[in-house]
Design a protein around this ligand. Structure first.
Ligand code: TYM
Length: 345
């Protein structure tokens, strides 16, 4: 027996969704609906690890849900919900806080980056964040998690937590016959693939495109209109050389590599295929082609997001329905976890 294939992924409602979130994650959620049971979550509890204005949090939560739907996630086929409506996420995260070791958490580069020199003064939640992320995934015994490259270390930690739980409670799991080949939780596989696992800033090819970059020119927001999308691409920083004919030629050219990767991901091609078409040409040819493609893909999506956001009640109803379906699975897992641990119920 093996765990049945199930996908889980989450996006934080903590600011403007951008092209990196779309290409690294959301766009890839859509085809997985054909092959897997799929659960897509707006992780509002993760967002409050740093301060969020309540009204802005509500708005951003609906925005992420609208982006899922506008991108092609079907809330009937997939479970789409916001994390805080399914209380078992917090419950399992506590259990995992008692499984994970301080040293494991202290090694997380994202925490170190976010906390910076201020590590005494950030929230305890920010430090424990990966434990909640492991709970998100394992509550549904998800086998596959599509994410961008920046989440790799967190997913490795989730695997470590699952393995330690399986191991620490092996006897109890076996006694209750709750394991598959001795494992209660699956050792989840990250799905980090394709040409867009790490989209870089349009201003600086060595920096990740991010919600927290102070420069709005550094990222394309999913709510940017056609004009803004085209302008940002045309103004993107590049070196002066023409595009290379082969992949090799993108080495040490981070800006060129990034823009070719974006073109490839938006057109469902490989970078090599894009170079076969544009290699040898200058930016004066490539940038307008990229701008046209980006507008063709992103601008209808932005329009659909704005349309959905005009009716917040409908979005909230989708999230509530998703939360009910998610809760049914989550409660089943938690009942088993309580028994395994020795909690009386
Ligand atoms: P978050 O909200 O920062 O980002 C959401 C998704 O977008 C991807 N991403 C990128 N991909 C390519 N290039 C970029 N520049 C870029 N920036 C962001 C991220 O890798 C992610 O897939 N901890 C997670 C949210 C989370 C989660 C989970 C994910 C919570 N629980 C369970 C998967 C499974 C986060 O902060 O993502």
């Amino acid at each position: 027996m093996t765990f049945s294939p199930r996908v889980f992924s989450g996006i934080q409602p903590s600011g403007d969704l951008h092209l990196g979130n779309y290409l690294g994650a959301i766009r890839r959620f859509v085809p997985l609906q054909e092959t897997h049971a799929t659960i897509y979550c707006v992780v509002d509890m993760h967002a409050i690890t740093v301060w969020q204005e309540p009204d802005a949090l509500r708005r951003a939560t609906r925005e992420v849900a609208a982006a899922f739907i506008a991108a092609g996630v079907d809330p009937k086929r997939s479970i789409v919900f916001n994390q805080s409506q399914v209380v078992q996420h917090a419950e399992l995260a506590w259990v995992f806080n008692c499984i994970a070791r301080m040293g494991w958490m202290a090694r997380m580069t994202q925490f170190k980056d976010k906390a910076g020199k201020n590590s005494e003064n950030v929230s305890l939640g920010l430090f424990a964040y990966p434990s909640l992320m492991a709970a998100d995934i394992l509550l549904y015994k998800a086998t596959h998690v599509p994410v961008g490259d920046d989440q790799k270390q967190h997913l490795e930690l989730a695997r470590d937590i699952a393995a330690k739980f399986n191991n620490d409670y092996a006897a109890s799991i076996a006694e209750r016959d709750l394991g598959i080949d001795g494992q209660f939780f699956p050792i989840t596989e990250p799905l980090i693939a394709g040409p867009a696992t790490r989209i870089m800033s349009l201003r600086d090819g060595t920096k990740k495109m991010s919600k927290s970059d102070p420069s709005d020119q550094s990222r394309i927001s999913l709510l940017d209109d056609a004009d803004a999308i085209a302008k940002k691409i045309k103004k993107a920083t590049t070196d002066p050389a023409e595009l290379p004919l082969e992949l090799e030629g993108l080495k040490d050219r981070p800006e060129a590599d990034n823009l070719v990767g974006i073109y490839a991901a938006l057109s469902d091609r490989t970078k090599a295929e894009v170079l076969a078409e544009f290699g040898g040409q200058g930016w004066g040819k490539f940038k307008p082609a990229l701008a046209e493609l980006a507008v063709a893909v992103l601008s209808p999506m932005g329009t659909e997001m704005r349309r959905l956001l005009e009716d917040p009640q409908t979005i909230d109803a989708v999230l509530r329905d998703g939360a009910e379906r998610a809760s049914a699975i989550a409660e089943q897992t938690m009942t088993q976890v309580r028994d395994i641990i020795g909690f009386i119920r």
